[in-house]
Write a protein that binds this ligand. Structure first.
Ligand code: PEP
Ligand code: MN
Length: 301
C-alpha cells in the first residue's frame, strides 16, 4: 500500500540517509529485506515472532515454541535479560535462558529473537540469537546501539515509549552508521494520556515508516494493548496497514507468567488469532492490485 511522500517528512527524515528514503531515492532504492535463516523479513512474507515475555523454564519455553510454530509463527521471541519497570520484578534467567532458547531452536527450527540490554552482553547474546532485540527503554542507549553495529546479527529496534518517529529513525541511523544496515523497526505503542490500554498503538507509524524508510516495520500489539483481549484486533489492524509482521506474547498459563501475563495469549487464543489474520493479509494484497484499475477507469493521468 503506497503512501505518498509528504514534503515535510522528506525534510524531517532525509538526514538519516542510511535508513530513510528521500525524494532522490524513493523510486530507485529497493526495500531492505532481511534474511534470517530461511525467513525473509520485509519481503512478501508476513513474519510472526511469538513467545513468552520471559524465558522461565525449559518446559514453559519448549511447549510455547512448539505451539507457536504449529500455529504459523516462524520466530521464537523470549527474553533472557529483562528490563523491568520494577527492580523487584523477575529480571530473567540470563545465560541459562539463552541456552534454553538455543535448545528450542534445535527442537523446532524456529529462529530466535531475544533482548540485549547492555553493550557488555552483545557478543554473548549474538552467539545464541538470530535477531538482537533492543527494547523500548534502550532505544536511546547509544553505547548499545553502536556496539550492535558490529554484532553481525540483524537488530529489532523497538520504538521508545516516548520517542517520535524521527527519534526512532535517528537510533536506526546510529546502528547503520556503526556498520549494521540490517534493522527491523518495531512500533510497540507510545505513552499518551490514555489509561485504558497500557500504551497507545500508533497505527499511523506503520505507513509513515514504510513511506519514509526502506526498512521492514513490524508491530507489537501485546505491549501496546497490555490486555490480551485487544491483541487480535490490533494484530489485524497491523496487517491491514501493511506491517511486515508481528511480535506477540504467548504463554502456556498467562495467569502464572512471571512477566506480562495480562497481555499474553494462551496457545488457543494465539492459534485463533493466526487463523483469523489470513483474510486481513489478503486485504493488503488486494489493495496493492486495485490501484492500477482505478487509474484506468479515470482515463486521465
Ligand atoms: C518485551 O518485548 O518483552 C519488552 C520488554 O518490550 P518493550 O521493550 O517494548 O517494553
Ligand atoms: Mn513483555
Amino acid at each position: 500500500m503506497a503512501t505518498l511522500m509528504n514534503p515535510k517528512w522528506n525534510g524531517q527524515f532525509s538526514c538519516f540517509d542510511l535508513v530513510a528514503k528521500t525524494d532522490g531515492n524513493t523510486g530507485g532504492r529497493s526495500r531492505t529485506v532481511i534474511q534470517v535463516r530461511d525467513i525473509e523479513i520485509g519481503g512478501n512474507d508476513f513474519v510472526v515472532m511469538a513467545g513468552p515475555c520471559a524465558v522461565e523454564s525449559e518446559d514453559q519455553l519448549l511447549r510455547t515454541a512448539e505451539a507457536v510454530a504449529e500455529a504459523g509463527a516462524c520466530m521464537l521471541r523470549g527474553g533472557a535479560y529483562k528490563p523491568r519497570s520494577s527492580p523487584y520484578a523477575f529480571q530473567g534467567l540470563g545465560v541459562e535462558g539463552l541456552k534454553l532458547l538455543r535448545k528450542a531452536r534445535e527442537t523446532t527450527g524456529l529462529a530466535i529473537v531475544t533482548e540485549v540490554m547492555s553493550e557488555e552482553d552483545v557478543e554473548l547474546i549474538a552467539e545464541y540469537a538470530d535477531v538482537m532485540q533492543v527494547g523500548t527503554r534502550s532505544m536511546e542507549n547509544y553505547a548499545l546501539l553502536e556496539k550492535l553495529g558490529t554484532c553481525g546479527r540483524p537488530v529489532l529496534l523497538k520504538r521508545g515509549m516516548t520517542a517520535t518517529l524521527e527519534e526512532l529513525l535517528r537510533s536506526a541511523q546510529v546502528i547503520a552508521m556503526a556498520g549494521n544496515p540490517q534493522i527491523i523497526l518495531c512500533e510497540r505503542g507510545i505513552r499518551t494520556f490514555e489509561t485504558a490500554t497500557r500504551n497507545t498503538l500508533d497505527i499511523a507509524a506503520v505507513p509513515v515508516l514504510k513511506t519514509v524508510s526502506h526498512l521492514p516495520v513490524i508491530v507489537d500489539p501485546s505491549h501496546a494493548a497490555g490486555i490480551r483481549c485487544l491483541v487480535p484486533a490490533l494484530a489485524r489492524a497491523a496487517a491491514v496497514v501493511g506491517a511486515d509482521g508481528l511480535l506477540v506474547e504467548v504463554h502456556p498459563h498467562p495467569e502464572e507468567a512471571l512477566s506480562d501475563g495480562n497481555q499474553s495469549l494462551t496457545f488457543g487464543e494465539f492459534r485463533e488469532m493466526m487463523d483469523d489474520l489470513q483474510p486481513y493479509l489478503a486485504i493488503q494484497q488486494a489493495a496493492r492490485q486495485f490501484r492500477p484499475r482505478l487509474v484506468a477507469v479515470g482515463g486521465t493521468d
